[in-house]
Design a protein around this ligand. Sequence first.
Ligand code: HPA
Length: 284
Amino acid sequence: MNQATPQTAAARLKKISPLRPTLAIVLGSGFHHVLSELHVDKKVSYAKIPSFPKPTVSGHAGELYFGHLGKTPVMVLSGRAHFYEGHSMERVTFAVRALAAFGIRDLLLTNAAGGINPDFRRGDFMVLTDHINLMGVNPLRGGDATSPEAFATGASQPLPRFVDMTQVYDAKLGALLFRAGKSCNLKLQRGVYLAVSGPSYETPAEIRAFARLGADAVGMSTVPEAMVARQCGLNVAAVSCITNAAAGIGKRKLSHAEVLETAGRVKTLAAKLLKHFVGLYGQI
Ligand code: HPA
C-alpha cells in the first residue's frame, strides 16, 4: 500500500480549516448525535484526506469535522476503521498519528461496548480507567525512531518504542468527564475495557474469563488508538456506551441490531455528555 505519512495528512487538514483545535473526539456507535450540536466550520470526507481509512461499518460515516461545540473549537471524527474490517493496525491508528502531527493535544475516544460488570445496565456510560489488550497485536509493533518503519511513517521526532502504559487514560480528562456527567444528571460508571479483535461476539466462557481478568466491559476498538496516542504524547480519555450485556451475562443473544438500538435510545444523553465535556474543557 502506498501510504502517505501522518505529516502529509496533517498538512492537508491544516489547509481545510483555519481552526486549530487542541481537542479531537472520535465518535463510536451511540455518540454521533453530538454532530447535531456542532457548529460546523468545515466537513471533509476521509476519502479526501491522504491515507485516511474508509470505514465499512454502518453508522460509521467516515467524515471529519472542524467546528465549535459551544465556544470551544473541536475536531470531530465521525467513524473509525476497525481491525476486524481487515485494516492493518497502521491503518486503524493512522488518523491518531495525523491528529498528533496536526497539533491535537487531547483526544476523547468513544465506543460501544458490552457490559461485563453485573452492576452495569444497557444504556450506561463507562469512563475507561484502564484497558486490557487482547486483540492479539500491539499497534506499536515495528515503530522505532531508528527503524526503517519509523522513517516510513514520517515521524519528525523520535517516538519511543517501549511506551509506558501505567496511566493510559488521563486522570484530569477523566475527572472532566465525571463533572460533565454530573452537570447533565448522568451517573457515569467507571471501569476496565477489554479489547478483542472481533468481529464475532464473545462466547459466555470468554466473558467469564474476561470477568476474572478484571474487565468491566468488552469491545472491538479504542485500545489501538489510545496506545498510539500515548506513544505520540497525547492525553487520552475514553468513554463507552454499554449497549448490551456481554455474552452469557444477559438472557438474550447478541446482535449488532441490539447495539444500534441501545445506541439510538441514548443518543441524546451521549450528545449532552460530550457537549458538557467540551464546555468544561474550554474552561481549563
Ligand atoms: N462485545 C464486543 N464488542 C461489542 C459488544 C460486545 O458485547 N457490544 C458492543 N461492542
